[in-house]
Write a protein that binds this ligand. Structure first.
Ligand code: FAD
Length: 497
């Protein structure tokens, strides 16, 4: 997009005198998919984004196979093309120097990808061949694929898809208020537009997709606010020698916090280093040198040290927010504005995109001027999304607790979890299906999580030997109790909330 398009009339000339079928607030990852999906269903859509230029962020860079599948269902998977995206075939988990390789699941173990009517057409559910993305890998391989990319480049592709839809009007402006009628129902949005001032735009329904720092999620309830317990500090590594090419790397150990590493283009690799507080260390560089550098795999050290020298550190808070029912007439909150999980497992885009798929199925064919029927469907939608979202959300927070272990029980669970993965077979197959977003079964997740906890107890017995039996027995109770404490409240909040 040229600067004149960004600043010029094209993005500031939206008509405020008509009633749109839908207003979409935010053109990040989820907003474009909502806008394109609705437009292909014949709706007249206004999408408002405060900044259409390419964002430079350290979020949303590795998409799990469940996200790729959702893009296929929406007919938008070609958004991963021509951005030097890096195909991902699985994870490599390091633990105190040992490693285990976890490939993504077999396609045959999941349902075939659904093709949404009106959205999938002319082969837009298949990737194109380009320099880094190969049709044979994504379409013909027996295993699922994920993908990693430079976030801003992916977003630009999504935004180009928005621009290509004749029924979508784009607007550059800051949404400053959700408009309501005297019955407290949402009727549109007030937008502050450079050169035009503050104007009201009206629609039958307003989709709030304003992301992690959402200003409008509280329209659902004043207590719909995220909890933040930790942060990620990120750097770009250039020309890094990856220990396992085409894999996400999770580096764990008893003496440090989790470190994530994945390649986002042929030359750039993202490293995210967890810090167990929302408040960052005052001297980030010294913290990285002392608490991260010694645990970085050897092959990455040269590029890590270069990045340290360059000193370009960026950070993000890691938030958790259970979803909430969309029970306000004329409003639908979706994406990170609705629901967030720990980024450790890279599940945010996957959850949001699957929410869009479900949304299109629930309301895509309705007449939006019939606001009561749309509301009824949105009330149902809250319950239907739970089995999918809860697995990814609860897994992320439970794994973070284990991987960032800050007491003896959690360290025992961390060790047990790694040993469990080392057993292979179902001990790897099911966890990676949950992580990939292809196994939406929360009760099965519960069973697997507690199987890991019991295995951790067993490993602890083995480590302690016959003489340590009484201690291991006491610790066993404590480990299972700790496992329940880090898992059950989140599962409850996700399933019952
Ligand atoms: C450190 C970190 C790493 C992550 N890594 C991954 C990962 O590897 N994989 C993954 O799947 N997920 C990851 N996530 C989560 C992922 O980034 C989000 O789930 C995803 O970006 C959510 O998309 P969204 O459209 O809801 O919000 P966003 O992508 O944040 O988009 C919101 C958009 O709304 C616009 N906006 C906001 N307010 C207004 C306003 N008032 N008016 C107009 N426009 C507005 C913003 O400019 C932005 O374009 C990560 C998150 C964090 C914190």
């Amino acid at each position: 997009m040229t600067t004149s398009e960004i600043n010029g009339d094209l993005l500031t000339s939206a008509d405020a005198s008509i009633t749109y079928d839908a207003i979409v607030v935010g053109c990040g990852v989820i907003g474009p998919c909502v806008a394109v999906g609705l437009a292909r269903k014949g709706k007249k859509v206004l999408i408002v984004e405060r900044d259409w230029s390419m964002p430079d962020r350290i979020v949303g860079e590795l998409m799990q196979p469940g996200g790729v599948r959702a893009l296929k269902s929406l007919g938008m998977v070609q958004s991963i093309n021509n951005i030097e995206a890096v195909p991902v075939t699985g994870y490599t988990v390091f633990y105190n120097g040992e490693k285990v390789v976890i490939p993504y699941p077999f396609k045959a173990d999941s349902k075939p990808v659904e093709k949404l009517t009106d959205l999938v057409r002319q082969g837009n559910d298949k990737v194109l061949e380009d320099a880094t993305v190969h049709v044979k890998d994504f379409e013909d391989d027996e295993r699922e694929r994920g993908v990693a990319f430079v976030h801003g480049r992916f977003l630009q592709n999504l935004r180009d898809m928005v621009a290509a839809e004749p029924k979508v009007t784009r607007l550059q402006g800051n949404v400053i208020e959700v408009l309501k009628n005297p019955k407290n129902e949402v009727v549109g949005a007030k937008v502050d537009i450079a050169g035009r001032g503050k104007e009201d735009f009206h629609a039958h329904i307003t989709f709030v997709c304003d992301g992690i720092f959402s200003r409008f999620r509280r329209e659902l309830s004043p207590d719909h606010v995220p909890e933040v317990g930790s942060s990620f500090v990120g750097m770009s590594l250039f020309h890094a020698k990856m220990p396992s090419p085409n894999h996400g790397h999770v580096i764990l150990g008893t003496k440090h916090m989790p470190i994530l590493v994945y390649q986002i283009s042929p030359s750039e690799t993202r490293i995210l280093c967890a810090y167990n507080s929302r408040k960052l260390p005052t001297d980030i560089k010294s913290w990285l040198v002392k608490d991260v550098q010694p645990f970085v795999p050897k092959s990455l050290r040269a590029s890590f040290d270069e990045a340290l020298k360059a000193g370009k550190f960026r950070s993000m808070p890691n938030s958790f927010l259970s979803g909430r029912q969309n029970d306000v007439t004329g409003l639908c909150v979706i994406g990170d504005a609705l629901n967030m999980r720990h980024p450790l497992t890279g599940g945010g885009m996957t959850v949001g995109l699957n929410d869009v798929v479900l949304l299109m199925k629930k309301i895509g064919d309705l007449d939006f001027s019939d606001r009561e029927t749309v509301l009824d469907e949105l009330l149902d939608y809250h319950f239907e999304r739970k089995s999918y979202d809860s697995v990814i959300n609860v897994l992320s927070i439970a794994l973070y607790s284990l991987f960032a272990a800050d007491n003896a029980d959690l360290r025992a669970l961390q060790r047990g979890c790694f040993r469990y993965f080392q057993r292979g077979g179902d001990c790897v197959k099911l966890p990676v299906q949950f992580l990939s977003g292809v196994l939406p079964r929360p009760l099965l997740l519960t069973k697997v999580f507690f199987a890991v906890a019991l295995y951790a107890v067993y490993v602890n017995f083995e480590d302690k030997g016959a003489l340590g039996f009484p201690v291991a027995l006491l610790q066993g109770f404590s480990i299972v109790f700790t496992a329940a404490r880090v898992f059950t409240p989140y599962l409850y909040a996700e399933l019952i909330g």
